[in-house]
Design a protein around this ligand. Structure first.
Ligand SMILES: [Zn+2]
Length: 352
């Protein structure tokens, strides 16, 4: 007998390319030259399969033709070599330092954040992430002393600065990370309560103090960031990160959709769970005496499971909507049930 499709928890694919399309030294259109990394990353919004594509200036006479244009959005997801995202790392730092969680409490909190995605995290990983967080907030001192890295920046023609803010508990704290897009290096990381232009300028002061040329900047469209960058480096190009930009633009409709999905779940989840329990109990009770009927009950129970997993389908900003995914999946289940019913009727007719 054909079994219905059970939907696995979705892993979202994301392809990240350089936010700049032309070379900041000579203006030539950039060309894709390599896949810099292809890896899974676990974030607070679920697992992502990231493909990070590197771009390079194809003009052989360009002084920075060997430089690699990375994607600021890709580097903003996770530190190099980490499977757990920067949002998780920042949350661990926040729980330990601001909420005074013990390692075990932070571990428990993170486990429950990841449970809806069928992901787990070990206690050891939490301690590792906390170490990484404390190293991160010391980044400013480290880049100032790293002459080999500064030499590389000069060979690249300068820095391309990216700034993004992560809010660990959706409250008023924001951890801002300042990164060089060309080397991927974190230049500054700071936990701030205000995100006004003056605060951002103060956050960028150590980058100014490096006295390295700045070629450009990438950020979401947050106004205080734009103003701070314009004040510190008035003549550089400032590219808005399209992913963040679109995500902000689509937020209202995305929230509406989430509400709708929640409503669908609320109405169906309880009854379907009860039905499945009942089907499984009856199938078990008849396994010996009426094996054929037990088998049919098991198939119906699989249908109930398919509905349950369909209810867990998630959306992703900007444009993938959860309630549409749930509706598609439930329609598949309904079509399959219809088919089953028709075939049942045909077979019953043939027997008669
Ligand atoms: Zn060039």
């Amino acid at each position: 007998m054909r079994r219905p499709k059970v939907y696995p928890l979705a892993t979202h694919k994301r392809i990240c390319r350089s936010e700049f399309t032309s070379c900041l030294s000579c203006g030539t259109r950039l060309r894709r030259y390599a896949t810099l990394s292809e890896r899974p990353i676990i974030t607070l919004a679920g697992p992502i399969r990231l493909t990070h594509t590197g771009y390079r200036c194809p003009n052989p006479d360009c002084p920075t033709a060997q430089g690699s244009y990375r994607s600021a959005a890709a580097d903003a997801l996770a530190l190099p070599g980490f499977t757990f995202g920067l949002d998780i790392l920042v949350l661990v730092g926040h729980l330990r330092l601001a909420q005074h969680h013990t390692l075990d409490e932070a571990h428990q909190a993170l486990q429950s954040c990841l449970a809806p995605f069928d992901q787990t995290i070990s206690r050891r990983e939490i301690s590792y992430l906390f170490d990484a967080y404390t190293t991160l907030v010391r980044a400013t001192h480290e880049v100032a002393d790293d002459t080999a890295w500064q030499e590389q920046v000069r060979r690249n023609g300068g820095l391309i600065i990216s700034i993004d803010g992560i809010q660990p508990d959706k409250g008023n704290e924001t951890v801002y990370l300042v990164r060089d897009v060309l080397t991927g290096r974190v230049l500054a990381a700071e936990n701030v309560r205000l995100s006004d232009t003056e605060t951002i300028k103060r956050l960028l002061a150590p980058v100014v103090a490096l006295e390295l040329p700045v070629l450009g900047a990438v950020s979401d469209a947050q106004e205080s960031l734009c103003q701070a960058i314009a004040a510190l480096w008035p003549n550089i190009p400032h590219q808005l990160c399209q992913f963040h930009y679109l995500r902000e633009a689509s937020r209202p409709i995305y929230e509406l959709d989430r509400g709708l999905r929640k409503q669908i779940r609320k109405e169906i989840q309880q009854p379907i769970r009860a039905t499945r329990d009942q089907l499984e109990r009856q199938a078990a009770a008849r396994a010996e005496s009426e094996p054929e009927e037990a088998e049919q009950l098991a198939v119906l129970s699989d249908y109930a499971l398919a509905v349950q997993t369909a209810l867990n389908l998630d959306g992703q900003q900007p444009f993938r909507y959860a309630s549409l995914a749930v509706d598609d999946a439930l329609s598949d289940v309904a079509a399959s049930l219809n088919e089953l019913e028709k075939r049942g009727a045909r077979e019953a007719g043939a027997v008669r």
